[in-house]
Design a protein around this ligand. Structure first.
Ligand SMILES: [Zn+2]
Length: 212
């Protein structure tokens, strides 16, 4: 193992344990979803591999690569590696990215509807409503560039007809944000399923009427 790889070993372990947590929390179905951490000092990204069951994944399976796609160690990276690379290149404060197909949030993504800011936790942790980024073909860099106008302002967004992306200064923070998005989507969906209108959303100024 090269010295740089030894330095990145803890990141690989963190990615595997967080991926397993995400799987247990119901955020990922099958081999869908992907997680990464960016090590800015070395310009290296550690990312989950392509098409591997999370239960079978070991730290050695995590791929170390540069943002230009050069693989430094490991096999085939996640098919969505360009999404992660674009976000690290354009958003200097971001050090971790979590992409899931969490079912409740992805239902909003399929409807191409923002998750309205109906909960105080959304305002505190997600910067308000969770907005939908325009559709882009799976695996293309456009998946990332389409998110940028939202992710420059907020740590979470939906991908039209696809899933969810959250960012953080740490993997723990990006992961927790993905839990908040799914929790908010679930609660708002339950409220909407009553057939009653959502009377109000909130922002920094307080509560205001909501028009869907
Ligand atoms: Zn995806």
């Amino acid at each position: 193992m090269k010295p740089s790889e030894a330095r990145l070993a803890p990141l690989r372990e963190q990615l595997v344990s967080t991926a397993r947590r995400a799987c247990r929390a119901g955020l990922m179905a099958g081999t869908s979803g992907n997680l990464s951490i960016y090590h800015a000092e070395s310009g290296c990204m550690a990312i989950t591999p392509s098409g591997m069951a999370y239960a079978d994944m070991t730290p050695e399976d995590i791929v170390l690569m540069r943002l230009d796609g050069t693989v430094l160690d490991g096999g085939k990276p996640s098919s969505e590696w360009k999404l992660h690379a674009v976000l690290y290149r354009e958003l200097p404060a971001v050090r971790a990215v979590v992409h899931t197909h969490a079912p409740n949030a992805t239902a909003f993504a399929v409807l191409r509807r923002d998750i309205p800011c109906a909960l105080v936790e959304m305002l505190l942790f997600l910067g308000g409503s969770v907005e939908v980024a325009p559709y882009a073909a799976q695996g293309s860099a456009a998946v990332g560039t389409n998110c940028l106008p939202i992710l420059r302002r907020k740590p979470a967004c939906l991908l039209a007809n696809h899933g969810v992306v959250t960012t953080g200064a740490t993997l723990e923070q990006a992961y927790t944000n993905s839990i908040y998005v799914e929790d908010a989507a679930n609660i708002v969906r339950l409220a909407m399923s009553t057939g009653l209108p959502i009377p109000a959303v909130i922002d920094e100024e307080g509560s205001k009427p909501y028009h869907a």
